[in-house]
Design a protein around this ligand. Sequence first.
Ligand code: SF4
Length: 358
Amino acid sequence: MLPVTARPLFHDESAVEQFRKLHRIDPDRIRRTRYALYQMFDSFETAFVKLGEAEREAALKHFDRLTLAVVERHNSNLDGSTKLVLQTPDGYRIETVVIRAETSRTAVCVSTQVGCQAGCPFCATARMKLHRSLNAFEIAEQVLLAAWEARESGRRLRNVVFMGMGEPLHNEENVYPALDLLMSPNAFRIPPRRITVSTVGIPDAMIRLADRFPGIQIALSLHSAIPEKRQKLVPWTRQITWDGLHSALRDIANRPRLFREQGPVMIEHILIHELNDGVEDAEALIEYLQGIPCIVNLIPYNPIPTIGAWESTPRERREVFWRKLREAGIFTTFRYSMGSDVQAACGQLAQPVTQVGT
Ligand code: SF4
């Protein structure tokens, strides 16, 4: 049973509509209030002014503002990122990262579950195991909290990446309504081209995601195109067939290129020294991606203090890997994760799983 807040949330359109009818509020006032909150990122107190004086007071009493509480804030000294530790109503802690790129683009990396069952051995979240999935409001609200955080530093939130704690496609029932809320013209109105959902690759769920949300980017965390290696790096994928994944990937990648030159698919490949970063690994990846238009994103492994076994691939070796892909005509970039000094980079997110405060 998912936790509920004591009062309805303003994120809930049906609760807002009931409130509107009860107080006979002009629908346009509701529309302007939601615009102020979700697109201008005003506070609830400021946005509710648009409802009218008496209605504002009623709304402040009637609605719970947020379901998540910010309990810790860690600013990176290396780059502009901030890790927010958020507490759910039932006392779990999750992490959300605000990424302030040098280009002035600002993104948020959201979590979709408390822990994860995919079991990737290079990832701190996997150590938590899975405790529960987040509900749609808990997922979407991370974007609002990140937007407020960005606004404090004079930035406007632009991109949303589902790459935090959890496997989004193990939580379709909540991730899809969260995506609806993020894209809704009545709420965040974030264009699909600015949203990326990362997955270990659940073939039928990937197809459902692409069908329901054309235009968003699907990032497949492949990490190795050699089946036995991939099963070690992403153990949950033993439950799917190699061919099934490849066929789903080919289907999605060859759909109309709505916004991106390289198509709707990104392949993520973490580079771990002498594990999956050799010439044979690059060649297997080139072979795997034949006929699949995509962009490949190489991610240097971020060491995790509690997992001391592996090292990041040295720069020269990374470049050899990158060059091989480029020479094969595959558009390839590096992702240098931000916030590694505050354990906010790719693979580093984790919180103790004791339910705090319950
Ligand atoms: S890398 Fe992603 S899918 Fe793998 S265990 Fe971590 S959170 Fe789960």
